[in-house]
Design a binder for this molecule. Sequence first.
Ligand SMILES: [Fe+2]
Ligand SMILES: [Fe+2]
Length: 288
Amino acid sequence: MGQAGMFSAGRGGTIHASVADMHIGATIALGRQRLTLADGGAVLPARAQCWLWSCWLDFWREVWRLKRDTGFDLYVELVGDIWEGYHHRSVQVTSLVESDQFKQAYEIVEGLVQMADMTFFVKGTSAHDGQLSWRSEILAEALARVYPGKIARDRGTGQWSFWELEMETQGVILNFQHHGSLGRLPWTVANLAHRTAVEIELKALRQGREPPHLAFRGDRHVYANTGDNHRVQVIHLPCWGVKNEYAQRYFPNHLPDIGGVITLCQGGRYEVIPRRYCPQPAPRWQPE
Ligand SMILES: [Fe+2]
Ligand SMILES: [Fe+2]
């Protein structure tokens, strides 16, 4: 089974499946195939959303196969901006009714909670997640009531969503935060991730703690990885949306990275497996 073959199945291990920026509720991001609205009407998905949904299923099928083949525990990390919310008077939302977006996000995330041994919620931006990330918080709490023991709680605040999530599984320390910095030019995109790596190392040094092995960040909708250049490896997660109006206007030649990252851990060893999907344009127009 590919990468899983490097680890010993059935001997204890963890699979981390990390995704960020799903923006559920946006017209150009992850969404169910038919959204029933508060007044009984329905919204059908855009072409791009159908494609995103097929990528989403492909990613989680692979995660499920790895779990089945290794017998490892599955931890799912949702690294912020699960919902689109309502911001900057955007017209790219499927519904302005909060409960419509909530139900859609609940349905999609519930499937992951059912599959995982533990699910973690990381707070996103105030634009999408609301002040203090109340959207992630109420979604996590609602799921925690139905699936007790399957949603992790922040031991510092008692909240169901984390500003900064740091955990150790199988001797590997993993750190998760939504916000991070990346360059805007494709050929220098990872430069600021290297800064993040050194900042995390300095912070750990000042606190007298061992720095994490892996630090995951979201928000930028672009995959980047600092590799083994530093003690801390910083990984920027892809997203689950195609370009919105802002990106169409200001970054016409850029492509977002779609997908997630799977990390296998066993006995202090780890392997990072990025899964990226590339948005394809519609077929070229040709005269009939
Ligand atoms: Fe985002
Ligand atoms: Fe974000």
